[in-house]
Design a protein around this ligand. Structure first.
Ligand code: SF4
Length: 289
């Protein structure tokens, strides 16, 4: 397979065929994100994608899922996406799930009809970076969106019948804004009703504006205990049912996963035990993005 730059994919796509259809992120301004900082965004040539599909046809017959990289593959023109999906279906008929990352801008580039067509020809799952439900936090991290615009975009994915996995970022509001960030984010998630919620904890990367702010003393990352209390507040305030909740990403201080509302009390009990000192947090040296 032909890859450019660092390939990033959700943990649940670990066994997927990673088909890179674009390089970088077309937005690339979030203050905490260092994934594609030095890579100008571009769509990959059709001939490169064709070669990778031909490779997968020959060597990836045991992998039943495809993940389209990079950071916001839904931003590709509709005709290009339909072309790629149709080629995947024709050449890799054993594939039963196609997923990609999308941000709100990419969703706005598609009509509801476009989304329905993509679902019909194979798009199954979208990973959507929500980060926060608090407008001041979204502004501070330069997400380029408001809670309302995030809600509108994410709801359109749900209404199109796509499986929606949302990512939220713990610790990004600092210690003072921590609990409000958790409550606003839970309220936004309750309105969106995603299928899956993945919580990550912020790590200030050296190549990001957030990393520079931390180095210059302009922003302090909250302690493990504060971030864990934030996680507790988030889980407590989520009221939607039958949503998969995962905080088992390597960036987190306390690995957790379960289904809300069924496992809510169990997860809160684990958090309370950790905050009381009965369970150890993941050491800083073992955290990673
Ligand atoms: S967080 Fe997502 S939208 Fe923001 S710069 Fe990174 S890849 Fe792009």
């Amino acid at each position: 397979m032909h890859y450019e730059g660092m390939i990033i994919r959700p943990p649940s796509e670990a066994n997927s065929i990673i088909l890179q259809v674009s390089v970088g992120c077309s937005y690339n301004k979030c203050s905490f994100c260092g994934a594609y900082k030095d890579i100008p965004f571009r769509l990959k040539d059709e001939s490169e994608i064709d070669r990778d599909i031909a490779f997968a046809k020959r060597y990836c017959t045991g992998q039943k899922r495809v993940f389209l990289a990079d950071g916001d593959a839904l931003i590709l023109p509709q005709a290009s996406l339909e072309n790629i999906f149709n080629k995947i279906r024709a050449n890799l008929p054993w594939v039963n799930r196609i997923s990609l990352y999308a941000n709100a801008r990419a969703v706005r580039s598609k009509t509801n009809g476009n989304l329905l067509v993509l679902k019909k020809i194979g798009l199954d799952r979208i990973y959507f970076g929500l980060e926060s439900g608090a407008d001041e936090v979204l502004a501070a991290v330069r997400k380029g969106e408001t809670s309302r615009s995030q809600e509108t975009a994410a709801r359109r994915l749900v209404d199109a019948g796509l499986f929606l996995s949302t990512t939220v970022l713990l610790g990004i509001a600092g210690a003072d804004g921590s609990l409000r960030h958790a409550r606003c984010t839970a309220e936004l998630l309750n309105r969106i009703e995603p299928d899956q919620i993945a919580a990550l904890s912020v790590i200030p990367l050296a190549n990001t504006d957030l990393g520079r702010m931390v180095n210059e003393g302009c922003f302090a990352i909250p302690s493990a205990e504060t971030i864990t209390r934030e996680l507790r507040e988030l889980i407590s305030c989520i009221t939607i049912d039958r949503v998969q909740f995962m905080a088992n990403h390597a960036s987190n201080y306390l690995p957790l996963s379960g289904r809300l509302q069924k496992d809510k009390q169990k997860m809160i009990d684990i958090i309370d035990a950790a905050v009381a000192g009965a369970l150890a947090f993941v050491p800083e040296s073992q955290r990673a993005l």
